[in-house]
Design a protein around this ligand. Structure first.
Ligand code: ZN
Length: 306
């Protein structure tokens, strides 16, 4: 009986740990909040080695994934966390990305996890959308098609908003066009009257700065967050997997402009190392936090222990 209670307690604690994680950047209270996970696998998606590292040479790829204790032949599916971020600066409560409500059986948990973290809907005055993919804008709207955050200011890069709200997306997308466009058409028009478009790098709220990070999508945006000399760099999908930190020139089939992805990654890696910033990545292992370090062998991802 004692054992049952103890193991039940342990499971409960583990679940809680995987739903949200609190940390501080200077005076800012930050919380990583999970929206769930999604498994990318055939037949809808190619195997992870092709999906994530489309241009990698076979020999290099085999060597690299082996170092991560993965066998390229047996690595047939990739289960990715979807991690949103709440930053309470004291003046503003900012949500970064809204998750993937409706995309898969294990997504759309953001709202429940925000509530259980003690962050209520009315608290969030700013919602920053790093880009227009379904896993980042899927929680913008209610099931009735209305804005899920009617009192908030939404922020998105202008090129990104224009891309998804024009015919260009339909003409230029090569993979998953129907799902991507369906999500954009459902989740962007209802927030039209609330959106503040960013055209150049600037502060969004005091302490949170927009950083141009194009490539994954045309107007993909990173965020530089600073308080009392401490820095957090939110890279969103400039890196989809920690192997991209080591191999910044390996792009994914879903990267819109591979050349710009590589340039963006190099710039973000340089910024993170120079500023000794903690890095937050939406798709990395929970809670998506770590540091980057440069050595003779190249860049390394060092996850921050929980
Ligand atoms: Zn994503």
């Amino acid at each position: 009986m004692m054992v049952d209670v103890a193991s039940r307690k342990a499971t409960k604690t583990m679940n809680r740990v995987n739903e949200s994680h609190r940390f501080k950047i200077g005076a800012f209270n930050c919380t990583v909040v999970s929206d769930g996970t999604f498994t990318y696998k055939p037949p809808t998606f190619p195997p992870p080695t092709t999906f994530l590292f489309a241009n990698a040479q076979k020999e290099d790829l085999t060597k690299t994934v082996h170092k991560h204790n993965l066998d390229p032949e047996k690595w047939t599916e990739w289960t990715s966390p979807y991690l949103c971020l709440v930053i309470n600066t004291g003046e503003n409560v900012v949500l970064v990305d809204t998750g993937a409500d409706g995309l898969g059986p294990n997504t759309g948990k953001l709202s429940k996890n925000l509530n259980s973290s003690g962050i209520s809907p009315g608290d969030r005055d700013t919602v920053i959308l790093t880009h227009g993919h379904p896993d980042h804008i899927g929680g913008n709207t209610t099931s009735g098609g209305k804005s899920a955050f009617p009192d908030a200011r939404f922020v998105m890069w202008k090129d990104e908003w224009n891309f998804w709200n024009s015919d260009e997306a339909e003409l230029r997308l090569e993979h998953g066009t129907e799902v991507l466009l369906g999500s954009a058409r459902k989740n962007l028009p209802p927030i039209r009257g609330q959106v503040d478009l960013v055209e150049h790098e600037r502060e969004i709220v005091p302490g949170i700065r927009a950083v141009a990070a194009p490539g994954h999508t045309p107007g993909h945006m990173a965020l530089s967050i600073s308080s009392e000399g401490e820095k957090l760099l939110c890279v969103s999908d400039a890196f989809l997997h920690s192997i991209h930190v080591e191999q910044p020139e390996w792009y994914s089939i879903v990267d819109f402009s591979p050349e710009r992805v590589v340039d963006t990654r190099r710039r973000l890696l340089g910024m993170a190392a120079r500023e000794k910033a903690l890095v937050f990545a939406f798709h990395f292992a929970f809670p998506g936090l770590g540091f980057v370090a440069w050595s003779e062998e190249g860049w390394r991802w060092q996850p921050r222990a929980l």
